[in-house]
Design a protein around this ligand. Structure first.
Ligand code: TXA
Ligand code: MG
Length: 340
């Protein structure tokens, strides 16, 4: 299949948004920018199109997708119960990098929800995906537009590296501002539960949902065969091909640990640079976690170009957006965490 490039930066924006919408309406699959990461979109009402999304990504069928909407009327079409907490969260965090899991309606295609009675819903802030939802009139199911297991894509070049020839089109827009996927919170149970941390931080969530619980899988490896609240958390994720380790400690201790390690690479903060004498790459500033979030996936892709046997990644703090970066990195390192 030839993958169409729809350039919305130097090309005709309106025309390309219309082409993307028409492809989606006729059952095709299109990668689109969002403020978090690029998504691989299909109509959330079209079971066959959704199956093609799973196929193109090589994604396990029981790992459900997020449905993207552009307004509250669309929310009522896909969710059958909307608790007060959902309205509060929508007011506080939408449009933006926030996803809520609610009881679903029958309108949503079975394969979107991986056999569950619930659906994950997000109203993105990125204008181009909002325009495509409006123009097509469709809620769009969209997982991250990477090959399953690879780091999520934050540029259209990442998307093409993974999926060129496997999808109908890519909307070529700006690089993603946030860089890590949305915060996912389940709101259908007795208590709200944080399933995946993102740019809407736990501190922000607590202001709206004071009794929110944090799922164990946010920090640690789910036990084998355990029932997980968010199926995505049990799969290997974001891994570079180079063997990765996450290292917790101060700049000095980190540098002492990596300096002199043969055939290895350090993925670190700009604050570490003055101490490091081995090969390294910087992925942001320790004191500004949003730079780490924006760069982390791109850096994980670049690591594999360095021909190192192992990469030692300096762990961010677990507060603010740092928690989201930490959560992605423990998965990239297959839970190999070294505490100095
Ligand atoms: O920022 C994002 O959320 C991006 C962009 C494209 O919007 N999308 C994204 O989708 O990250 P994906 O498929 O890579 O991640 C969806 C996550 C998975 O961890 C999945 O298990 C969880 O949401 N999820 C989806 N439906 C769920 C449900 N009904 N119950 C619990 N977890 C669910
Ligand atoms: Mg993903």
């Amino acid at each position: 299949m030839k993958t169409l490039r729809l350039d919305i930066i130097s090309g005709d924006y309106d025309k390309n948004i219309k082409i993307a919408s028409d492809i989606l309406k006729s059952g095709g699959i299109v990668a689109v920018p969002t403020e978090t990461v690029y998504g691989l979109a299909a109509s959330a009402l079209d079971d066959n199109a959704i199956k093609n999304v799973f196929k193109a990504k090589g994604r396990p069928q029981d790992n459900p997708l997020i449905v993207h909407i552009s307004g509250m009327d669309m929310l009522r079409k896909v969710a059958r119960e909307i608790p007060d907490t959902a309205i509060k969260c929508a007011k506080a965090f939408w449009p933006g990098p926030f996803t809520m899991v609610l009881k679903r309606t029958d309108l949503v295609a079975e394969s979107v929800c991986g056999g569950l009675d619930t659906v994950a819903i997000r109203m993105p802030s990125e204008q181009s995906i909002r325009d495509i939802i409006e123009c097509s009139g469709l809620p769009l199911a969209a997982p991250s537009a990477n090959t399953s297991g690879m780091p999520s894509p934050t540029t259209y070049t990442h998307v093409l590296n993974d999926l060129d020839g496997k999808i109908d089109a890519v909307v070529c827009g700006n690089d993603c501002l946030v860089g890590v996927e949305s915060t996912v919170v389940s709101l259908f149970g007795e208590k709200p539960r944080l399933l995946r941390p993102g740019a809407i931080t736990l501190e922000q969530l607590k202001e709206v949902l004071p009794d929110i619980e944090v799922d164990k899988a946010v920090f640690a490896e789910p036990e084998k065969n355990a029932k997980v609240s968010s199926p995505g958390m049990k799969y290997k994720h974001y891994s570079p091909k180079t063997e990765a380790f996450l290292v917790e400690g101060s700049s000095k201790d980190f540098a002492e640990f990596v300096n002199g390690k043969e055939n290895s690479l350090a993925l670190c903060f700009s604050e570490d640079e003055e101490f490091i004498s081995t090969k390294y790459m910087v992925y942001g500033t320790k004191s500004d976690e949003s730079t780490l979030a924006k760069n982390v996936f791109s850096a994980l892709r670049d690591v594999d170009n360095e021909n190192a046997t192992s990469v030692y990644i300096h762990a961010p703090s677990k507060s603010g957006v740092g928690l989201a970066v930490y959560n992605r990195l423990i998965r990239a390192a297959a839970y190999k965490v070294i505490k100095l």
